[in-house]
Design a protein around this ligand. Structure first.
Ligand code: PHE
Length: 455
């Protein structure tokens, strides 16, 4: 193992906020949240999702920050430093899920990059619904083109990571997040002023309790983990770069709330338009790639705004991927002594190799489209395994670790910034939630979903 070098970290509280938000905000908000809301019945799913964020997401995020900042170590090394090497299994789960996610995430990010180039060259001018569907089909079913775009994405992510924590991650996220927010707002205004937009808003916010099933609850839980980048060591790794005076409760609360607002704004940009153009809300992964071009196609300056929208989606997909690649990178460089650039290149090459199976299995007419593992395509399998299994299990283990293996005094000491914050009652409340409520919810949702119990 290499001699310990001085570790880089984020420079300030603002940098911490934007970097963490940069990991949370991504394709999950703009692509996955609307798609899953559409296929899981609308408002009921949104309500379950919000509950999962509040009672599971935020506590798990604070647990991750705690482990990371207390040890200033990567997701696997952290548990060794806490004298609990067996628990580094949580970190290994994290490395596995970040790779699984990258396999399909880099593929979707490739489509976004491709759509940006198409939009910037005016290829969506005056597009119709049929043409939008055909464009999307040809973008994803080819063999070479989706792969090349996936590789371009990986090259961009790798370059930022090689630049390091401050010059790379911090600088990029601080500039891009505010811009994204403004562009989504413009989309919202356009979408809600379309004819019949009320139906879309009703779909998004009306809670129909009959739509709630165990599978929908598990999907909402999985999305909360995916959205907030939890259960996979990212927030442990980022937490390890936090400054010692950072207020961990505030950071977690602000990131979760801002991220949720961006998801809801993306839903408001998409669903009114979906209904206005007579599309199906349950159209699946193509929702973003068909509706957004349609929303912009008939408005003044629409093409400029469309290009800007996809550019920003590229940015937020990129900042989320940066955090995904950072987990195995920090592990390889700190635990195995590899130089940072070597670690980044190895991880990206591995993702490119295995991620090709995701890119080539998106549609039934793709090269690997007919291959099914456990009844799922490679693309869906990577998504299901990471969001619905590994991330929630990683989160459960982490809450058990923090709540039962750790000493309460240590948690109090770290979360009060070594006694400076005088926030004992908040920490006590957090302690109860982490020890009892969050793990109990996670276990009940699992057992319910696999049919052992029925709630
Ligand atoms: N949270 C990111 C998004 O919503 C994706 C992500 C998942 C990033 C897991 C890191 C870890 O797009």
């Amino acid at each position: 193992m290499s001699a310990p070098k001085k570790r880089e970290g984020f420079s300030s509280g603002v940098a911490v906020f934007f970097a963490t938000l940069g990991s949370a905000v991504g394709l999950g908000n703009i692509w996955k949240f609307p798609t899953m809301t559409g296929t899981n019945g609308g408002g009921a799913f949104v309500m379950l999702y919000l509950l999962c964020v509040l009672f599971v997401g935020i506590p798990v995020m604070i647990c991750e920050f705690y482990v990371g900042r207390r040890t200033h170590s990567n997701a696997i090394g952290a548990f060794k430093k806490l004298n609990a090497p067996a628990w580094s299994v949580i970190g290994y789960f994290g490395v596995a899920s970040s790779l699984l996610i990258m396999f399909f995430y880099s593929c979707v990010a490739g489509w976004v990059y491709y759509y940006f180039v198409k939009a910037a060259t005016g290829q969506f001018v005056g597009i119709t619904l049929e043409a939008a569907k055909a464009q999307f089909g040809s973008a994803v079913t080819g063999t070479l083109s989706p792969l090349i775009w996936q590789w371009i994405v990986l090259a961009v992510v790798g370059t930022v990571l090689i630049m390091g924590v401050r010059n790379g991650i911090e600088r990029v996220t601080k500039t891009l997040m505010p811009l994204l927010f403004i562009l989504i707002l413009i989309c919202d205004i356009r979408s809600v002023t379309l004819p019949h937009s009320g139906t879309g808003l009703y779909f998004l916010f009306h809670v129909d309790f009959s739509k709630i099933t165990p599978a929908v609850i598990l999907a909402a839980l999985g999305l909360a983990f995916f959205k907030l980048s939890l259960g996979m060591g990212i927030m442990v790794t980022y937490g390890s770069y936090f400054t010692d005076d950072n207020h961990l409760f505030q950071t977690a609360g602000r990131v979760a709330v801002t991220d949720t607002i961006i998801s809801l704004l993306a839903g408001i940009a998409i669903f009114p338009a979906v209904f206005s153009f007579g599309m199906e809300p349950s159209a699946g992964p193509g929702l973003l790639f068909m509706t957004i071009p349609l929303v912009f196609s008939k408005m003044p300056m629409g093409m400029v705004l469309l290009a800007a929208f996809f550019l920003l989606t590229c940015f937020c997909a990129t900042t989320a991927m940066i955090s995904l690649v950072e987990v195995p990178t920090a592990w390889l460089s700190e635990e195995w002594g590899l130089k940072r650039p070597t670690a980044v290149v190895l991880v990206c090459l591995f993702i490119a190799a295995v991620g090709a199976t995701a890119s080539l299995s998106v549609d039934s007419s793709s090269l690997l489209g007919q291959v099914k593992v456990f009844g799922k395509s490679f693309f869906d399998l990577y998504d299901y395994l990471s969001s619905n299994l590994l991330m929630p299990i990683g989160g459960l283990l982490l809450t058990l670790f923090v709540g039962y293996i750790n000493k309460k005094q240590d948690v109090l000491y770290e979360l009060s910034n070594h006694g400076l914050l005088k926030n004992d009652s908040t920490v006590n409340y957090f302690w109860l939630v982490t020890r009892y409520l969050t793990p109990a919810l996670l276990i009940i949702i699992f057992l319910n979903c696999i049919g052992v119990i029925h709630v």
